[in-house]
Design a protein around this ligand. Structure first.
Ligand code: ZN
Length: 290
């Protein structure tokens, strides 16, 4: 079962999130039929976004990550609710590029140069939008850069997705450690020292590390207590009404034309692939409402 834990110290100097997301990343791979390097890139986004979801304060809020690069993956978007439930869409799910070295998938090469956008929708008129240039396209470094530059929250982000020889997801997870404004110089030094001694997150994940174990080394010497724990999932919230909105955007004339020429329409949800059918009568009714 996938899990996300959140830890904090009494003084509020540090907060940490860690996730095991093997099942939800595999679910997304089955829906989007991604090739290994895209499974890794998209899986890292889903893992990070899921942890960012539980940072939200209100059940109505959502937070999304958007990557737009000049690599063959082109673009991808993920969204999370406050329970860490995620969904997403990737423009080009099948990318086949050479490995970086010794079996390492070249996520940065698939993504390329471009931008990372974080959109926090609080259910108000204007969402909060932060945008930075991609640093490496490897997602974790880009997100750490985003937090430092856009939110002024020094953060350590580590994400890993291990793809099996049959292309399924063997293991996925990661962590985010953040220094709050009251963190001391000594605490910052200790974390920097711990990171140097830390095994790569992909190694830990391959060893079957739990979310707690992912944080063991990086938080060595700190007394952090669990705050909350959730079981995230790849979950879509699409409805026929939402899909209707996409049809309406085609305009009155186009809808009537589809009704007359095709006798109806079938539309799939971008996030989960679920199919929705519209009869010719339904299309004409929709066109009348425009
Ligand atoms: Zn859906």
């Amino acid at each position: 079962m996938d899990r996300i834990i959140r830890l904090s110290d009494d003084a509020g100097h540090i907060r940490a999130f860690a996730a095991s997301t093997t099942e939800l990343v595999e679910k997304s791979r089955e829906i989007h039929l991604t090739s290994p390097v895209v499974t890794a890139a998209f899986g890292r986004m889903l893992t990070a976004n899921s942890m960012m979801g539980i940072m939200l304060k209100n059940v109505k809020e959502t937070i999304s990550l958007q990557i737009r690069g000049d690599g063959p993956l082109e673009s991808a978007v993920t969204v999370s609710d406050c329970f860490g439930n995620v969904r997403g869409y990737v423009a080009n799910p099948v990318v086949d590029i050479p490995l970086k070295y010794r079996g390492k998938l070249d996520v940065g090469g698939a993504v390329g140069s471009g931008t990372l956008t974080v959109v926090r929708d609080m259910g108000l008129k204007e969402p909060y939008v932060g945008k930075v240039q991609l640093q490496t396209g490897e997602i974790a470094e880009d997100l750490a850069y985003y937090y430092g530059v856009s939110e002024q929250v020094p953060s350590v982000v580590a994400l890993g997705v291990l793809v099996d020889v049959d292309c399924s997801v063997k293991a996925a997870g990661g962590y985010i450690v953040q220094l709050m404004p009251d963190a001391t110089e000594d605490e910052i030094c200790r974390i920097e020292k711990n990171i140097k001694e830390q095994k790569p997150v992909s190694t830990l994940i391959a060893e079957g590390a739990s979310p707690e174990m992912l944080l063991d080394c990086v938080l060595k010497g700190f007394n952090l207590k669990p705050v909350t724990e959730v079981t995230p999932d790849y979950k879509c919230n699409c409805t026929k009404e939402r899909i209707e909105k996409a049809l309406v955007s085609l305009g009155k004339i186009e809808l009537k034309k589809i009704a007359a020429e095709d006798g109806g329409a079938e539309l799939g949800c971008y996030f989960c692939g679920k199919k929705y059918n519209f009869s010719a009568d339904e299309l004409i009714n929709l066109s009348e409402k425009i």
